[in-house]
Design a protein around this ligand. Structure first.
Ligand SMILES: Cc1cc2nc3c(=O)[nH]c(=O)nc-3n(C[C@H](O)[C@H](O)[C@H](O)COP(=O)(O)OP(=O)(O)OC[C@H]3O[C@@H](n4cnc5c(N)ncnc54)[C@H](O)[C@@H]3O)c2cc1C
Length: 305
């Protein structure tokens, strides 16, 4: 069962929340999926945002933005999006940690995340057993022993996915930040969970052979999946054919209406490229929310709804 919504916004930072305000005020039903405390601005001190003179705490700004967006009628789901797919009858199926939505339009405002573990061996063995994308590389690890490193939804979802391919999957985490539904899925899976552990070195010559943990124990493995943060543009956007920038594959290409190459899909904020500034995120969020609501209105008119 999935809930129907006009505009589903991925990301509860300045871009996503501003998009929500503009879309919901144009009478679209709006769901925002994301964790506000994971927004880049949450721990920042801001002094260059227009109309806010003096230094302001980012988390206070985000809390006001949430109150504003929800007061106008947007619904906030404090989870991550794990999967998006285009549906045959039009629109998109969006799966979060614990819910499913059918959305007529989606706005991707998931910011950028640093995904490197920054340990010895990581750079040298990238592509030789070190991977940053379970969805892209799981097939290469059939019957292999793998570890997944991370504390958030991408790591848990990735580890569960890998159990369909690898012979042994170990999740190495310090402090899991996922919903109860994801904890439940993890408990029901065959993933071996190593809590309070972290990888301090990846070992191998031409391919990964083991990882050294921070208590100096050694795990012999064929693959290391570094899944820090939540699902990124590579997994979410490319699954529905959204084009990324050809240089770094980190940002989503948009036009001035914040439209991507896929009809009904918009992107805004840091995920749409530099400069990484709140003013840009908010401006793009405004445009994306506005355009997505117009898109839905037109779609419904054409369908005679
Ligand atoms: C230390 C620091 C200081 C800064 N100082 C300033 C400043 O002074 N002035 C300024 O203008 N800018 C500043 N910035 C930059 C500013 O924070 C960003 O440009 C801005 O937050 C971008 O907004 P965004 O909405 O695009 O992304 P973010 O604010 O990063 O929000 C991303 C959102 O996406 C969510 N998300 C991620 N993955 C998923 C997923 N799979 N499913 C659902 N949701 C997901 C996250 O949970 C989060 O809610 C600073 C940044 C940092 C790190």
């Amino acid at each position: 069962m999935s809930d129907a919504v006009d505009v589903l916004i991925m990301g509860a930072g300045p871009a996503g929340l501003q998009a929500a305000v503009h879309a919901v005020r144009k009478k679209a039903s709006v769901v925002v999926v994301g964790r506000p405390e994971r927004s880049a601005i949450y721990r920042a001190h801001v002094e260059n945002y227009l109309c806010v003179d003096g230094i302001t705490d980012g988390h206070e700004m985000i809390e006001v933005a949430i109150a504003q967006a929800t007061r106008f009628g947007a619904q906030l789901i404090e989870e991550d999006v794990l999967h998006v797919e285009a549906e045959e009858e039009g629109g998109f199926l969006v799966r979060t940690e614990g819910k499913r939505f059918h959305a007529l339009s989606i706005i991707i405002a998931i910011g950028t995340s640093k995904k490197k573990l920054r340990v010895p061996g990581e750079n040298e063995l990238a592509g030789k057993g070190v991977s940053y994308c379970v969805d892209c590389d799981c097939n290469f690890y059939r019957k292999a022993k793998v570890v997944v490193v991370g504390n958030e939804s991408a790591a848990v979802d990735g580890a569960i996915t890998l159990t369909k391919y690898a012979s042994e999957v170990t999740l190495i985490c310090k402090d899991l930040v996922v919903s109860d539904a994801m904890h439940q899925r993890l408990a029901e899976s065959s993933v071996v969970v190593k809590q309070d552990a972290w990888v301090k070195e990846i070992v191998g010559d031409t391919a990964v052979t083991s990882v050294v943990l921070d208590d100096d124990s050694i795990l012999e493995v064929d693959g290391v999946f570094i899944e820090l943060g939540s699902k990124g543009p590579m997994e979410l956007a490319t699954a529905i054919g959204v084009e990324l920038d050809m240089e770094t594959f980190s940002y989503i290409n948009t036009n001035k209406k914040m439209e991507t190459n896929i009809s009904g899909v918009y992107a805004a904020g840091d995920i749409a490229g530099q400069p990484f500034q709140m003013a840009k995120a908010v401006g793009e969020g405004c445009v994306a929310g506005w355009e997505a609501a117009n898109y839905v209105k037109k779609l419904k008119r054409e369908r005679g709804e």
